[in-house]
Design a protein around this ligand. Structure first.
Ligand code: ADP
Length: 477
């Protein structure tokens, strides 16, 4: 006998969403001129109006960041900077539920993930980097490492507040000031973070947030007062940024797309592996640059594993992201849903076999059922292009060498996973894989101490850990 889950909705009463937002510049909210709506992708309800930042807003933000850098932030000791980061981390923990609910409303991801993964990791990033602020001179980061000055930071919509933390925490710990632009569909938690900066009494201008679209991002990238750029987003925009800064002195880290291979050998523990595959591709609706979106299965166990995977997928609960029992939430935007639909249709047309569990999708909002494609070949678009949705492409192999060749046959190189009971096989495989992050017998595990980044078209540089700090520093005098 199975029991039905009763609805367990998280209350949204804890959040106070204003009808309209401006930009956060020099410690104050300044009204914007033009606005665009931000919606709840699960219901299409308009949540608020967000300002579309133009060149003059970016100018003001860069001037405020430069003033704060020269007059205040670069004069503080690492120990003093660290105190502000600790304070921000503690406030984020105190207001964790408010941030989790707001992120779920604006992004569509389940509350279970914002509450248990996104927001705790956000606080962890600030705590971790707070601890570094006064140790930079003794960490092998060069002689008297010095900040660059004003960092321009552009982030995507898949982990809105977490990407902000990945960018802001190391920049502040190393003594830089920032101008950050959230993604157009998910600005609300960044704007709430601005309130946290006020609450922590962070000196004015150290963090500035300008909202807007790609043109606002381009204005930041091209601004002569920006010394370092940190970008996470698509490979296409990453290439544009690389072109825009070529020949300038601007430093950049680019964290771009991926098409992660998840390799399963015949001796892998099958039930744990099925859990890892589900976590690898269906976590965060598959809106994850390091998702395990290509499952590369040893042929001898393929049938058994796929059968178990289908049984497990039938248990995935899809629906109201604010319900605490929901596993798979809404797709972030209509535009992203169309991209997923287009690639899935290409998978059908190219001859792969599509399967999804029976599930009811709401007519309102943006939804896509968890999906696997079997019989995928390396030539198929769904094996080569990033889908950025809950869609898994399954390929098979006979020899370990073939698995590695298939895994590395991609323009990307962000993540990979290896499942095997044998340590020697894991070590052998991980040494052959061309990916920046490789998990063994697990997937999608993140820690602020661990550097993250890719090879090839997945980007430049590393974020997190000591390597991530180095990107915000130059050799001092
Ligand atoms: P995605 O495909 O994940 O939406 P994008 O690369 O389009 O990724 O967006 C990531 C971030 O880059 C967003 O904040 C977006 O507004 C910004 N962006 C888009 N175009 C540009 C551009 N030409 N220059 C700088 N930033 C941009």
């Amino acid at each position: 006998m199975t029991f039905e889950y009763a609805p367990a909705p998280e209350s949204r009463a804890i959040v106070d969403i204003k009808s309209k937002y401006g930009h956060f510049i020099d410690g104050k909210f300044l009204p914007g001129k033009k606005h665009f709506p931000t919606i709840n992708p699960a219901t299409e309800e308009v949540l608020s109006q967000i300002s579309l930042g133009g060149a003059s807003d970016v100018d003001k933000a860069v001037a405020a960041a430069q003033k704060a850098y020269t007059k205040t932030w670069s004069k503080l000791s690492g120990k003093e900077r660290g105190k502000y980061l600790y304070r921000i981390a503690r406030i984020l923990q105190e207001r964790a539920r408010e941030f989790a609910v707001l992120e779920t409303l604006d992004n569509g991801k389940p509350i279970r993930e914002t509450r248990d993964i996104d927001i705790p990791l956000v606080a962890a990033h600030f705590f971790y980097h707070a601890g570094w602020a006064d140790k930079l001179d003794y960490a092998g980061l060069g002689k008297s490492p010095a900040p660059h000055g004003v960092a321009g930071q552009i982030i995507p919509w898949n982990f809105p507040l977490l990407m902000l933390a990945w960018k802001v925490a190391p920049a502040l710990a190393t003594g830089n000031t920032v101008v950050l632009k959230p993604a157009e569909t998910t600005s609300l938690t960044a704007l709430l973070f601005a309130e946290v900066c006020q609450q922590a009494e962070l000196p004015d201008g150290v963090v500035n947030i300008v909202t807007g679209d790609g043109s606002t991002g381009a204005a930041i990238v091209n601004h002569p007062g920006i010394h370092k750029i940190a970008f996470t987003g698509s490979t296409d925009v990453g290439k544009k940024i690389a072109r825009a800064i070529a020949g300038t002195n601007k430093k950049a880290t680019l964290e771009l797309g991926g098409k992660g291979a998840n390799i399963v050998f015949d001796d892998a523990p099958i039930d744990e592996t099925v859990e890892g595959i589900v976590n690898g591709i269906f976590f965060n609706q598959g809106h994850v640059c390091c998702a395990g979106s290509r499952l590369i299965l040893q042929e001898s166990i393929a049938d058994e594993l796929i059968e178990k995977l289908k049984i497990r997928m039938s248990k995935i609960r899809i629906g109201d992201p604010l319900d605490k029992n929901t596993d798979l939430g809404a797709i972030n935007s209509r535009e992203q849903l169309s991209k997923i639909q287009e690639l899935a249709t290409a998978g059908d047309a190219e001859g792969a076999e599509r399967w999804s569990p029976a599930c009811t999708l709401s007519a309102k909002g943006f939804w896509f059922a968890p999906t696997i494609f079997t019989g995928v070949t390396q030539a198929h678009r769904i094996a080569r292009e990033e889908i950025f949705g809950p869609v898994l492409s399954v390929l098979t192999f006979r020899t370990p060498q073939e698995a590695i060749e298939k895994a590395n046959n991609t323009p990307f190189g962000l993540s990979a996973g290896v499942w095997s009971e044998k340590g020697s096989r894991i070590l052998w495989a991980t040494q052959q894989l061309r990916a920046g992050v490789i998990w063994a017998n697990t997937f999608n595990k993140f820690d602020p101490a661990s550097p993250f980044g890719g090879y090839k078209e997945s980007g430049w540089g590393r974020e997190g850990g000591k390597h991530g700090l180095a990107a915000y520093l130059k050799e001092g005098k």
